[in-house]
Design a protein around this ligand. Structure first.
Ligand SMILES: C[S@@+](CC[C@H](N)C(=O)[O-])C[C@H]1O[C@@H](n2cnc3c(N)ncnc32)[C@H](O)[C@@H]1O
Length: 294
C-alpha cells in the first residue's frame, strides 16, 4: 500500500469526526454531534446518551403537520464526502454523516470539515451493508446516494444501492411518517447519478414496489428550477466517466413494505433496460481505474 494512503489512514484514526466500524452508536448521534460541537477530545461512545425522543423531537405547526428539529442526513458511498461537507455548510443546524469503506477518500472530506470547523459533519468508515447497526429506528431523515457504482451487469444488480435489498436496510432507520401525510413526511432518498441504467433501474423499483416518487429528472441541469442542494458537485461527477454530461436525479420515499416475492419480478423486468454507449465507456474506464488502484 502506498505511503500516502497509510498517512491518511493514520490521520483519520486520530480525527474526532471519523468513526471506523463504530459499536453501540444506535440512537446516540445527537449526543455525538453535541460532543463534537463542544470540542470534546477522545469522545467515549459508551458515555453518550441515547436520544429517547427520536420520534418525539418534533414541533407541530398550525395545520397539524410535524417538523423535525434537528435533521440527520447520510451520504452513502460518499467517497470524498462532497455532499456531507457541502450540505453541512448550507445547513449549519443540521447533522450530516458521510459513509464509505475507503478511508483515504473519507480523509479528504473529514480534513476539510476539521479545517473549516464544520462540527455538524462526521464520517463513518464502513460497508454500507452494515449501516443498520449504526442507526436506531427513525434516527435518519434523509439519504443522499451520490454517483454510486451503477453495477452495470445484471448479475450485479443486487449490489446497486437502490436495489430493494438495500432499501429494506435503509427502511430500518429512515424516519417514518405519521397520519395522513406519512408519504410526505417519511424519510427521503436522493439518488444523483450519471448512469441512465441506474436511473431507469431505480424508477423501475419505485414503480414495481409502489413507492412514492417525489421528483425525477433525466437532465438535472436543464431544469428551470434546480434544488440548490443538487448543485453540489462530487469528484465522480467531475470525472464524467460515461462522457454523458447528463446528470440524472431522483427523490423518493421508501414508504411501503418491500415484499421479497417482488424481487424475482424485478429481476425479469430489468432485463429490458437498455445499456447505452456511455455505459460501455464507463465499464472500460472503471475496469482500468480499478486495475490502477490495485
Ligand atoms: C464511484 S465512487 C463515488 C464517490 C462519491 N460519491 C463521488 O461522487 O465522488 C463510489 C464509492 O462507493 C464506495 N462504496 C461502494 N460500495 C460500497 C459499500 N458496499 N460500502 C461502502 N462504500 C462503498 C466506494 O468506496 C467509492 O468511494
Amino acid at each position: 500500500m502506498g505511503q500516502k494512503k497509510l498517512i491518511k489512514f493514520a490521520a483519520i484514526k486520530a480525527y474526532e469526526n471519523v468513526l471506523e466500524f463504530p459499536q453501540d452508536m444506535q440512537g446516540k448521534w445527537a449526543a455525538f454531534f453535541d460532543a463534537l460541537d463542544k470540542d470534546t477530545k477522545a469522545i467515549d461512545i459508551a458515555k453518550l446518551s441515547i436520544s429517547d425522543n427520536l420520534v418525539g423531537s418534533t414541533v407541530s405547526s398550525d395545520n397539524n403537520n410535524e417538523y423535525l428539529l434537528t435533521k440527520l442526513t447520510l451520504e452513502l458511498a460518499c467517497g470524498r464526502g462532497e455532499y456531507a461537507v457541502g450540505l453541512g455548510r448550507m445547513f449549519p443546524e443540521q447533522h450530516f454523516i458521510g459513509i464509505d469503506l475507503k478511508g483515504n477518500r473519507i480523509w479528504k472530506g473529514a480534513s476539510i470539515a476539521n479545517k473549516d470547523g464544520l462540527k455538524n459533519v462526521a464520517f463513518v468508515r464502513s460497508q454500507i451493508e452494515l449501516t443498520s447497526n449504526y442507526f436506531a429506528k427513525n434516527e435518519v431523515d434523509e439519504i443522499w446516494i451520490t454517483f454510486p457504482d451503477p453495477q452495470l451487469r445484471w448479475s450485479k444488480a443486487k449490489k446497486r444501492l437502490t436495489h430493494p435489498k438495500f432499501l429494506r436496510l435503509y427502511q430500518q432507520f429512515l424516519k417514518k411518517g405519521s397520519g395522513k401525510d406519512s408519504d410526505v413526511h417519511s424519510g427521503i432518498v436522493h439518488l444523483k447519478t450519471d448512469s441512465p441504467l441506474l436511473y431507469n433501474f431505480t424508477l423501475k423499483v419505485i414503480e414495481l414496489y409502489g413507492l412514492n416518487l417525489i421528483y425525477k429528472t433525466d437532465h438535472l441541469y436543464a431544469e428551470q428550477n434546480i434544488d440548490p442542494r443538487c448543485l453540489i458537485k462530487t469528484y465522480y461527477e467531475g470525472l464524467d466517466i460515461a462522457q454523458s454530461n447528463k446528470i440524472h436525479y431522483i427523490q423518493f420515499n421508501i414508504d411501503k413494505a418491500l415484499p421479497l416475492e417482488l424481487d424475482e419480478v424485478l429481476k425479469e423486468a430489468i432485463k429490458d433496460i437498455p445499456m447505452d454507449a456511455g455505459e460501455l465507456i464507463r465499464m472500460e474506464a472503471e475496469a482500468a481505474r480499478a486495475k490502477k488502484e490495485d
